[in-house]
Design a protein around this ligand. Structure first.
Ligand SMILES: [Ca+2]
Ligand SMILES: [Ca+2]
Ligand SMILES: [Ca+2]
Ligand SMILES: [Ca+2]
Length: 269
C-alpha cells in the first residue's frame, strides 16, 4: 500500500502502488482478521432519470405507484426502463419502422429522431434505386407518396412511446432517447388500412435497414402477427430470409399490471 486515509468513519481508504493488482490486493486485505469488507473505490453516477415534464405520466416506463388518469398504479408494473437507461440511452444506430397511421415528423419531441434515408435526394427521381421516388423519410403506402404525415395521431403517439427525445425538457420520454424512427403509413385518417399495404411496408422496412418493426394494429377476427410457426403469419414470412429483421410486439398491461391484450412476441433473425 502506498498510503491510507481514514476519516471519521470505520472505513479505511487505501491507495495502491502503481501497477499493483486490485484483485490481489482485495484478496490479501480480506484475509486480514481486522477487515470486514473490501471493495474498489467505484465511480458512481446519478441514475438516468430524464427531465421531460410528462415523464411521470409514463407509468409504463417507471411505475412508482403514481396517480395517472385517476388510477393509482402498482409500483414496479413497468418495463424497468430506468434500469435500462443506466446502461445506455443511446439507440441512435437502431432503425425502428413504425407501420401505422404515419408519423408527425415535425413534432418537437420526435423530429430529431426521424430516420433519414441517406441514399435519397429530393429531386423527383428514385436516387437510391429502391423503387420509391424521393423517399427521404419513409413512405406513405395509403396515398402512394413520399409524405408519411400522420392525419390520425395514433402513429405519432406510438412513435413517442418508442422514441420521443429523452431528457430534452420537452414533452415526454421514449423508451429510446435517441433512435431512428422510420415512418411507414398504412392506415388512413380514420385508422383503416389493408393487408397489401401493410405487407408492402414490412418489405420496405426490411429492405431499407429497419431492425425492429412496430405494428400496433389488428383486424376483427384475425391478427396478422399472432400465428406461430409453422403457421407463419403471411405478412411477416416474406421477410424471414433477410437475416436482419427483428419483429416484435409486446403484451399490453394496464398500470396495475393486468394484461389488456394477447401477448404477441416474435423475433426473426
Ligand atoms: Ca428511393
Ligand atoms: Ca430522389
Ligand atoms: Ca402522404
Ligand atoms: Ca422529450
Amino acid at each position: 500500500m502506498l498510503s491510507a486515509h481514514q476519516g471519521k468513519t470505520s472505513f479505511l481508504r487505501l491507495k495502491l502502488k502503481p501497477g499493483q493488482d486490485v484483485g490481489a490486493a482485495i484478496q490479501s486485505l480480506t484475509a486480514q482478521p481486522w477487515v470486514v469488507h473490501v471493495q474498489p473505490n467505484y465511480i458512481y453516477h446519478a441514475t438516468a432519470l430524464p427531465n421531460d415534464p410528462h415523464f411521470s405520466e409514463y407509468w409504463g416506463l417507471q411505475n412508482t405507484g403514481q396517480l395517472v388518469n385517476g388510477v393509482t398504479g402498482t409500483t414496479g408494473a413497468d418495463i424497468s426502463a430506468v434500469r435500462a437507461w443506466d446502461e445506455t440511452t443511446n439507440c441512435s444506430a437502431m432503425v425502428v419502422a413504425v407501420i401505422d397511421t404515419g408519423v408527425d415528423y415535425n413534432h418537437p419531441d420526435l423530429t430529431a429522431n426521424i430516420w433519414a434515408n441517406a441514399g435519397e435526394v429530393l429531386d423527383g427521381t428514385d436516387t437510391d434505386g429502391n423503387g420509391f421516388i424521393d423517399d427521404v423519410r419513409g413512405w406513405d403506402f395509403v396515398q402512394g407518396d413520399n409524405d408519411p404525415m400522420d392525419f390520425n395521431e395514433h402513429g405519432t403517439h406510438v412513435s413517442g412511446t418508442i422514441g420521443a427525445v429523452g431528457n430534452n425538457a420537452v414533452g415526454g420520454t421514449g423508451i429510446c432517447w435517441n433512435v431512428q424512427i422510420m415512418p411507414l403509413r398504412v392506415l388512413n385518417s380514420v385508422d383503416s388500412g389493408t393487408t397489401a399495404d401493410i405487407a408492402a411496408a414490412v418489405d420496405y422496412a426490411a429492405a431499407n435497414g429497419a431492425r425492429v418493426i412496430n405494428m400496433s394494429l389488428g383486424a376483427p377476427g384475425t391478427n396478422i402477427l399472432s400465428s406461430v410457426p409453422p403457421a407463419r403469419p403471411p405478412v411477416c414470412s416474406w421477410n424471414f430470409d433477410t437475416g436482419t429483421l427483428q419483429l416484435w410486439t409486446a403484451q399490453t398491461l394496464d398500470n396495475l399490471g393486468n394484461p389488456l391484450a394477447t401477448t404477441v412476441a416474435e423475433r426473426f433473425l
